[in-house]
Design a binder for this molecule. Structure first.
Ligand SMILES: Nc1ncnc2c1ncn2[C@@H]1O[C@H](COP(=O)(O)OP(=O)(O)OP(=O)(O)O)[C@@H](O)[C@H]1O
Ligand SMILES: [Mg+2]
Length: 250
């Protein structure tokens, strides 16, 4: 099987700093892959390289066997990669259903139809309702996004990413800043994401990581320290040393 995403010797410098240093990895279709590692390990930089928000200094990224490297973010999105960003793609004054419907109508593969009314398009509406269900917001369809709780706003952000029908969904710390109850709800949501969507998730909460991931990649100083099943990673003493052992200090 061809991996959905292949990263080959990917490197990114920021001046004298090597934030991502020769990373290679392959993500299979439908996989749930967690990326973990201490603060500054290069996790978000890796996402920025994959989504075209940063250009690689060296190396290659192949998606569905074709190179992504050098494409701008909108072109990457059109290929079927969707990233959940905190807040910046949520319209606070629009309600939940409208936010999801706009995202569905503007799905990564096309562009807005500026001359038609989104409201009259049946497909985005059905998609919006389906996604609302998937992210647990069916009871909040008419609530303005700005009036949602913090946890619900993060659910909506994932909904907006999902509404574009991505092949690969990238999530950068979806439980950051959440209460234990909100984290539990988010964990259930993540576990229930559609099986045909491949998920790449950066997450510091080890309960979330170990309950969700098929495989885990551990980054340290911009390099892959190790990669394997949750059990293998959990029992690797090096991982404990660089990361799990310092978790309490965060
Ligand atoms: N745009 C930038 N310009 C300069 N340095 C950067 C830039 N982005 C990231 N860095 C540096 O690159 C390194 C990796 O940062 P990155 O944000 O990828 O880490 P991370 O693993 O996501 O950390 P965290 O767990 O804190 O989110 C850090 O030393 C960071 O300061
Ligand atoms: Mg980060």
């Amino acid at each position: 099987m061809t991996p959905l995403l292949q990263i080959q010797n990917l490197t990114r410098y920021f001046g004298a700093l090597t934030a991502v240093n020769g990373i290679s990895m392959a993500i299979e279709p439908r996989e749930r892959r967690a990326i973990i590692g201490p603060n500054g390990a290069g996790k978000t930089t890796l996402f920025n390289l994959i989504t075209g928000h940063l250009a690689p200094s060296a190396g290659a990224i192949l998606f569905e066997g074709r190179p992504l490297g050098g494409l701008p973010p909108h072109a990457v999105a059109r290929r079927g990669l969707s990233r959940s960003f905190q807040r910046n793609n949520v319209f606070a004054g629009l309600d939940v259903l409208e936010n999801l419907r706009l995202a569905a109508a503007a799905d990564g593969r096309g562009s807005f139809n500026l001359f038609g009314s989104v409201a009259r398009l049946p497909r985005p509406l059905a998609k919006a309702r389906e996604v609302a269900e998937a992210v647990g917001l069916t009871g909040r369809l008419g609530t303005p996004a700005g009036a949602l709780s913090y946890g619900e706003q993060r659910q909506l952000e994932i909904g907006i990413a999902l509404a574009t029908s991505p092949t690969l969904l990238l999530l950068d710390e979806p439980t950051a800043g959440m209460s234990p109850e909100e984290t539990q709800r988010m964990t259930r949501l993540l576990a229930g994401l559609p099986g045909d969507v491949t998920v790449l998730i950066i997450e510091h909460d080890m309960d979330v990581v170990f309950s969700l991931a098929d495989r885990i990649t551990v980054l340290h100083y911009g390099e892959v320290l190790t990669e394997g099943t949750p059990d293998a990673v959990r029992s690797d003493p090096r991982v404990y040393e660089v990361y799990l052992g310092t978790e309490d200090e965060r």
